[in-house]
Design a protein around this ligand. Structure first.
Ligand code: CO8
Length: 257
């Protein structure tokens, strides 16, 4: 059985990281497989939204695979870190929105993976943390930047410097997750969110994701220029005409793209 399982439900692709016996720890095989699957999804316009979750009851992903890392040379560790960063950038830059359905432990590289997704729905059982400091290292898959952006410097510092875990309710209060739900409602909630997004104009959805992402790493003038360009693309679309006509005719819009 593959370490990444993909199930398609209409326009939604559900990816499950499948190494439950080691709490879905990310080894090189998982990262390379994720890279392959995500590269295929990127080109597949029939997939409108992606959900990423972990196999089993206990973990989303409990981090990079420590038993693999312990054997790595400095050079191998560097390349491993760059591979992880590349995969997470692929998620962030995927045209389709990506939802993390966090079913349990999201630690270290697993928390970093969840943070690279556009939204996070967490089960009540989920736990988040960047415990790398306890291993004598620091986050290596972009976590210092993404956590700081999501929760602000002081809390990011506290979590990174103590390595302590927080529960789903604390993660929600910090703005690290969008919503916390009962464990047995997790996938259903993620799918409902995905279906809602999949029902919109996909030109507008992709433009919105790109505009929000670009705004994070640039100044307001550049962000506004980028937004205006993407707004123009939406404005030129058939979906824009349909969306506005449907409003005026008091009926649901039927988007084509
Ligand atoms: N890597 C490898 N194996 C793991 C990992 C992991 N990250 N996490 C759990 N496992 C394995 C355990 O070794 C155990 O295997 P076995 O049954 O063969 O003994 C199995 O999964 C079940 O785990 P536990 O028995 O430990 O389960 P518990 O319920 O007692 O504890 C915890 C659950 C608290 C999640 C615990 O497993 C734990 O602390 N795991 C490690 C968490 C961690 O430190 N994660 C961060 C790793 S470092 C990282 O992610 C860096 C990312 C950037 C890398 C940059 C590259 C250089």
């Amino acid at each position: 059985m593959s370490v990444i399982e993909m199930v398609r439900e209409e326009g939604i692709a559900i990816l499950t990281i499948n190494r439950a016996n080691v709490l879905n720890a990310l080894n090189t095989e998982v990262l390379l497989e994720l890279k392959k699957v995500l590269s295929q999804i990127k080109e597949d316009t029939s997939i409108k939204v992606v959900i990423i979750t972990g196999a089993g009851e206990k973990a989303f992903v409990a981090g990079a695979d420590i038993s693999e890392m312990v054997k790595q040379s400095v050079d191998e560790g560097y390349r491993y870190s760059r591979l992880g960063q590349e995969v997470l950038a692929l998620i962030e830059n995927l045209p389709q929105p990506v939802i993390a359905a966090v079913n349990g432990y999201a630690l270290g590289g697993g928390c970093e993976l969840a943070m690279a997704c556009d939204m996070r729905i967490a089960s009540e059982k989920a736990k988040f943390g960047l415990p790398e400091i306890n291993l004598g290292i620091i986050p290596g898959f972009g976590g210092t930047k993404r956590l700081t952006e999501l929760v602000g410097k002081a809390k990011a510092m506290e979590l990174i410097l103590t390595g302590e875990m927080i529960d789903a309710a604390q993660a929600e209060r910090l703005g690290l997750v969008n919503q916390v739900v009962k464990a047995d409602k997790l996938l259903e909630t993620a799918k409902t969110l995905a279906q809602k997004i999949a029902s919109k104009s996909q030109i507008a959805v992709r433009a919105a994701k790109l505009a929000v992402n670009k705004s994070l790493y640039t100044d307001i003038e550049t962000a506004n220029a980028c937004e205006a360009g993407l707004f123009g693309v939406c404005f030129a679309s058939e979906d824009r005409k349909e969306g506005m006509m449907a409003f005026l005719e008091k009926r649901p819009a039927k988007f084509k793209n």
